[in-house]
Ligand binder design. Structure first.
Ligand code: HEC
Ligand code: HEC
Ligand code: HEC
Ligand code: HEC
Ligand code: HEC
Ligand code: HEC
Ligand code: HEC
Ligand code: HEC
Ligand code: HEC
Ligand code: HEC
Ligand code: HEC
Length: 310
């Protein structure tokens, strides 16, 4: 522990140091030289730039590192180059002077970078982490229509504003700035086992999660592109042409959960709260049973008795 006396002493020394700096500063300003003095000098009038919680470490290298074209001997300042704000070079090249350019120039580059890194970052200091002007998702909504991310069913990472759990804000080797292409992206958070049982539904095997799901939000259950019955029929229209599942019993076939006008929806007897439809008998992703049956069944009959006493 430092004694009170020493602490008092060091306070005085600090005060003396500042006094000395300011004196030598005004002295060297008059002479118009000394890089060290210029650095202190800038903050005397521009103090508020470095005041926020998160400070860019580049500031400690001196303002002229980025503003080499500012001659601050007078106010308003003289500019010694033609770059706005007397910057050493235009963005993003200015920033690439210290930040690895390859991270920002992968296959897909965010168009926002063309508007300058400072479209999203404050170059001096910020109240937000990573010097951001606002936290995602608000940052993103400055330029992207918020409506695309709203609906009756919102993907939890989107609802939580975690845009960067799927997208790079800068550039990426995958499409749409994704951290990786689906289905790999989805398996970062969803158990792959659900999608890789013995029999895999063809579009799932092809990694086409987005042929059925929206990534952000939807007005349909389970983020689906449309109501689930119509979704299945989009690729299986012929299922309605012949009696389905109950050939021996009925010429009409089994009810399939087609939306009935002005009637109450039929509920899935095994999944209370969910509508009865194709997905009540079939797993849309994968299954250990034939015909993608949702339940363990080695024949259609094994399946029937799950819901019917026969
Ligand atoms: C990492 C590079 C960098 C450093 C270091 C830097 N600046 Fe800047 N400064 C910028 C950029 C880039 C802009 C333009 C911001 C914009 O266009 O939105 C800017 C703009 C400014 C402006 C114009 C007002 C504003 O906020 O846009 C002032 C004043 C300024 N800087 C002063 C300083 C001072 C004083 C220092 C040292 C404490 C400093 N800068 C250090 C990059 C830097
Ligand atoms: C005596 C006070 C004072 C000092 C010292 C000072 N500035 Fe300024 N600076 C100002 C004022 C006032 C303005 C706004 C008027 C103007 O645009 O010149 C300004 C504007 C600026 C701008 C914006 C120019 C533009 O084109 O919009 C930059 C960049 C800047 N200062 C950088 C610096 C840097 C770098 C230093 C240190 C080398 C510095 N200033 C030192 C007072 C000061
Ligand atoms: C003179 C060198 C230099 C320049 C030029 C520079 N930076 Fe930095 N920047 C650094 C250093 C050093 C760090 C800390 C180490 C790191 O994160 O890479 C940093 C960190 C950052 C961070 C992370 C801050 C944090 O809290 O994690 C951001 C964001 C950033 N810089 C943005 C920019 C932008 C935008 C520009 C261009 C306007 C720029 N930098 C130009 C040196 C620089
Ligand atoms: C569209 C907004 C946006 C633009 C434009 C942008 N950034 Fe970022 N940047 C972000 C976000 C958001 C993060 C935080 C990422 C995270 O937390 O995963 C970030 C993080 C960073 C970091 C911290 C290290 C890292 O990768 O997480 C640096 C350094 C950085 N940006 C530099 C830059 C530079 C340099 C440019 C211009 C070439 C730039 N940024 C342009 C949004 C942007
Ligand atoms: C300064 C404006 C701006 C901000 C802020 C911004 N974007 Fe963008 N973004 C654009 C523009 C412009 C495009 C290209 C046109 C379009 O697709 O709307 C784009 C395109 C995209 C694309 C599609 C890329 C492609 O290859 O098709 C994604 C994904 C994206 N942005 C994500 C984000 C995320 C995530 C954030 C927040 C971290 C964000 N954006 C913040 C301006 C911005
Ligand atoms: C769970 C992962 C995930 C999250 C979280 C996520 N996205 Fe996306 N985003 C995607 C996928 C996948 C695509 C590609 C869709 C496609 O190709 O049809 C996409 C596409 C986009 C596009 C391009 C739209 C288009 O039609 O081309 C933008 C812009 C975008 N996302 C912004 C955001 C923003 C902003 C957030 C946060 C509010 C966000 N994303 C959160 C996965 C995600
Ligand atoms: C960053 C983590 C993350 C990523 C990446 C992710 N998800 Fe999710 N997703 C979740 C969480 C958390 C839930 C809610 C819990 C659950 O159902 O597992 C969820 C739920 C879902 C749901 C059910 C929504 C509902 O309302 O029932 C679907 C469908 C879904 N995700 C599809 C996808 C698809 C498709 C991808 C890839 C494009 C993907 N997810 C990538 C985190 C993620
Ligand atoms: C053929 C269309 C289709 C494809 C392709 C598809 N899904 Fe689904 N998914 C559905 C349907 C339909 C549901 C709703 C199931 C129900 O009735 O509960 C669903 C539900 C989900 C759920 C919610 C939890 C669950 O199992 O019910 C997640 C998570 C999910 N899908 C992720 C994915 C991922 C990841 C991929 C790609 C690997 C994918 N889906 C591919 C149709 C599809
Ligand atoms: C994007 C197109 C597409 C969508 C949407 C789609 N399927 Fe398929 N499905 C296929 C393809 C392709 C096959 C393999 C060829 C075939 O048997 O017709 C298949 C096969 C099947 C099979 C037979 C599997 C076997 O092993 O015999 C069932 C059962 C099935 N799908 C159920 C569904 C259900 C339930 C839905 C709605 C949740 C659905 N499909 C939505 C493309 C699709
Ligand atoms: C009551 C349960 C049940 C419902 C509901 C159901 N199926 Fe089936 N599905 C079956 C059974 C059982 C078989 C196996 C028939 C056989 O092999 O004799 C089958 C077979 C299939 C097959 C593969 C053979 C073929 O007929 O092409 C596809 C594809 C299929 N169903 C799609 C669908 C779609 C799409 C829906 C919704 C429109 C749906 N199923 C609704 C039970 C059902
Ligand atoms: C996931 C549960 C479930 C499975 C599995 C199931 N059913 Fe059904 N079944 C229903 C429901 C619910 C209804 C009533 C549907 C309605 O009212 O629209 C129904 C109705 C019926 C009907 C009466 C049809 C009518 O027109 O009223 C018959 C017959 C039938 N099922 C036979 C079968 C046979 C045979 C199987 C096996 C191939 C089978 N079911 C598998 C849930 C199931």
């Amino acid at each position: 522990m430092m004694s009170a006396a020493i602490m008092e002493h060091s306070k005085i020394s600090v005060r003396r140091f500042f006094l000395f700096s300011i004196l030598s500063l005004s002295f060297s300003l008059a002479g118009g030289f000394s890089a060290f003095a210029e650095e202190i000098n800038c903050l005397m009038c521009h103090e508020q730039l470095a005041k926020e919680k998160v400070v860019h470490p580049a500031l400690s290298m001196g303002c002229p590192t980025c503003h080499s074209g500012i001659d601050a001997a007078d106010v308003p300042h003289k500019k010694t180059n033609n770059v706005p704000k007397g910057l050493s070079s235009d963005q993003p090249e200015l920033c690439y002077g210290c930040h690895d350019k390859t991270k920002f120039t992968k296959k897909t580059v965010h168009a926002a970078i063309g508007m300058g890194c400072t479209a999203c970052h404050n170059p001096h200091s910020s109240k937000n982490a990573k010097l951001l002007k606002a936290e995602p998702p608000e940052l993103c909504y400055n330029c992207h229509d918020k409506k695309q991310f709203e609906g009756k069913d919102v993907h939890p990472p989107v609802a939580g504003g975690m845009c960067t759990s799927c997208h790079s804000p800068h550039s990426s080797d995958a499409g749409k700035l994704l951290l990786s292409d689906p289905p790999g992206l989805c398996f970062n958070c969803h158990d792959k086992g659900e999608f890789s049982r013995k029999n895999v539904h063809m579009p799932v095997a092809g990694g086409m999660c987005l042929s059925c799901h929206k990534p952000h939000a939807s007005d349909h259950t389970a983020l689906l592109m449309k109501d689930p019955y119509s979704l299945c029929l989009e690729c299986h229209g012929n299922v309605r042409k012949t009696p389905h599942a109950v050939v021996g019993f009925s010429s009409a076939g089994h009810p399939l959960g087609e939306p009935k006008k002005r009637k109450k929806e039929v509920e899935d007897p095994l999944r209370p709260g969910k509508k009865f439809y194709c997905g009540s008998c079939h797993n849309p992703h994968s299954s250990d049973s034939v015909r993608l049956f949702r339940y363990k069944a080695s024949s259609p009959f094994d399946l029937c008795v799950r819901c019917h006493k026969m």
